[in-house]
Design a protein around this ligand. Structure first.
Ligand SMILES: NC(=O)c1ccc[n+]([C@@H]2O[C@H](COP(=O)([O-])OP(=O)(O)OC[C@H]3O[C@@H](n4cnc5c(N)ncnc54)[C@H](OP(=O)(O)O)[C@@H]3O)[C@@H](O)[C@H]2O)c1
Length: 350
């Protein structure tokens, strides 16, 4: 059932980021800027059954506009062995030519690459003529980033600077996966034009990474919230249920995103430019999310309700992070729909 949504948005950009502009590929930057004071973004949202991936996915998921789906993209996916990257890898590989990288995790078919190896990164880019580099690699764990802020900055931000230099003038565009942790967690919702104010080392490194793309045409930053669901190589979220008990905060609120929905949503966005937010439809506490998954899958794991800081070294976790967009109408499935999908796929796995 194809649905079309029209939305009017301003193009003044995000205060403090400089990366809020919207431009369609093939349109000269100068012409785009001239007509960008107010522009209309057509966001046709096409729903159809889930076909790719083999690890679950909602029935109502964005599949990309038909003209984009027909175009086979050459994609370099940094961090394909990770939790998010693995899901993107298995989904996009069906329709696009995807070269994926890994670091410590030995996954057959993925190219070993250390983000700090500037020469290797440049060689990979120069040799292959990619349309898009999707950056889903780096140091993501909040506590680890707090312990090793320099490493977080080097991996999460330094690599983006290297990439930007390497693709300049080649026509290759960068899609950086960023995070809601660039915000402080005091506002009701955050849109693309909200001011950033990270309160932890991870958020600061991602905010600097975003800045590296701010002055360049053509690149995208897509901020995503906490992601949940299954993934192929590093099933980090589901791994929490392998323990007899797992703690979950009742005082941290988010609008989490169901992972199998993400690949299609990024396909909808990747012809744009600047900062985009993707959020889940439902606002829940971390405890509600974890208990919901446990109940949906009839798992024996005890989900322990906790308040206050996580165990030391406690990362400062913003209390409320709800991402919403003023640039498009995509919204990830609500918890009930996502959990039904998760359950359906578990049953069909048996
Ligand atoms: N997960 C979430 O809830 C969430 C929320 C918001 C934003 N994000 C963003 O989504 C992206 C992916 O996150 P994730 O959850 O998938 O993280 P992840 O599971 O920890 O995956 C990280 C990826 O980075 C690779 N990597 C680590 N160190 C590297 C290095 N030195 N050189 C090259 N590659 C390296 C890892 O490779 P190996 O595994 O092979 O070592 C892995 O492929 C990140 O940009 C993150 O900021 C994630």
């Amino acid at each position: 059932m194809p649905l079309a949504a029209t939305r009017t948005t301003t193009s003044s950009g995000c205060p403090g980021t400089g990366v809020g502009r919207v431009r369609r590929r093939g349109v000269p930057a100068s012409r785009t800027r001239a007509c960008m004071s107010v522009m209309t973004v057509m966001t046709p949202v096409i729903f159809c059954g889930y076909a790719a991936g083999g690890y679950g996915g909602p029935t109502d998921r964005p599949r990309g506009r038909p003209e984009l789906r027909r175009r086979r993209m050459r994609i370099l996916l940094l961090g394909a062995s990770g939790y998010v990257g693995g899901a993107l890898w298995s989904d996009w590989s069906v329709r696009h030519t995807v070269v994926g990288t890994r670091s410590a995790r030995a996954v057959p078919g993925l190219i070993p690459l250390d983000l700090r190896d500037v020469g290797a990164l440049r060689t990979l880019l120069l040799d292959s003529g990619f349309d898009l580099v999707v950056h889903a690699a780096g140091l993501v764990d909040l506590a680890d980033a707090e312990r090793r802020p320099d490493l977080a900055m080097e991996l999460n931000a330094g690599s983006v600077q290297t990439l930007r230099e390497a693709v300049r003038g080649t026509g290759t565009r960068i899609l950086l996966l960023s995070t809601d942790n660039v915000f402080d967690g005091v506002a009701d919702v955050y849109t693309e034009s909200s001011a950033r104010a990270p309160v932890n080392a991870y958020g600061r490194s991602k905010s600097v990474a975003e800045d590296f793309l701010a002055g360049e045409d053509g690149h995208l930053v897509v901020r995503i919230p906490l992601v949940y669901g299954r993934s192929v190589f590093a099933d980090r979220f589901m791994a929490r249920f392998a323990r007899p008990r797992t703690a979950a905060r009742t005082d941290v609120v988010c609008a989490p995103l169901y992972l199998p929905w993400l690949a299609g949503a990024l396909e909808e966005l990747w012809d744009g430019e600047g900062v985009f937010h993707l959020g889940g439809a439902q606002v829940v506490t971390r405890f509600e999310l974890m208990a919901g998954v446990r109940d949906a899958l009839d798992l024996p794991t005890e989900v322990v309700a906790v308040r206050g800081d996580d165990p030391a070294p406690a990362p400062r976790r913003p209390a409320r992070l709800v991402l919403r967009s003023e640039r498009h109408r995509l919204l990830g499935p609500g918890l009930d729909q996502a959990l039904a999908d998760l359950r359906r796929h578990r049953v069909s796995d048996r």
